[in-house]
Design a protein around this ligand. Sequence first.
Ligand code: KIV
Length: 273
Amino acid sequence: MAGYLVEDTRKVTTHRLVEMKQQGKKIAMLTSYDYTMARIVDGAGVDVILVGDSASNVMAGHATTLPITLDQMIYHAASVTRGVKRALVVCDMPFGTYHVSPADGVANAVRVMRESGCDALKLEGGAEIIDTVKAILAAGIPVMGHLGLTPQSINKFGSYAVRAKDEAEAEKLVADARLLEEAGCFALVLEKIPAVLAGRVAAALRIPVIGIGAGGQVDGQVLVVHDMLGMNEGFSPKFLRRYARLHEVMTDAVGRYVEDVKEARFPNESEQY
Ligand code: KIV
């Protein structure tokens, strides 16, 4: 598979991710929500592609992740899986689709797997949703956990500030992480928590811990691809490293196109039939 920056071009599995942790190999994860971006991200060697419910913000312009629906997540995930050869594709279960009952959660999870072709699902929460996590796992569907700042609970938290800074919340997070591992989750995302706490969880668990705003003592990192490519100038949290300035590059390109059209410089003779 020409174009891959990694030597091992085998399809990434949940088991491979656990092996990577055992071998001390870091895991690179990024979001994607469409076919074209997923092809680029996969081709560049990312191990895990997350079809995040951040699509609600990034693709649809909503202020939170709450409005995105199951059908919309399936559409995004199916577009992504069509572009991916190597990476493990994980799809977020959106708000309200796994909270009613374990049976309802399994029915929704089965729909996402069947209709999108993704490899695994991610659910936000610990003890509160553990029965549903177990039921989805019992249906043969791999589950990635997500603790710390869980954006679907923004109305409960009241802000996007760093979570688990006090001891009680930190202890609950550690207990939830153990619960998710014991239930059979294959990996865990920790979002926006102190680096020392994230390192403690990663050291305590056998499954890989992937951080976002959780420091470097974990087993891998995840970012929203539009943020790390610099397409979203309005979002600059401390944890974000921008690897490109695509907002500038794209604005410049579009601006030059507009000028060329207005000045009748496009198309030229070789660009017509
Ligand atoms: O939806 C998302 O993009 C996420 C990541 C921030 C982990 O859940």
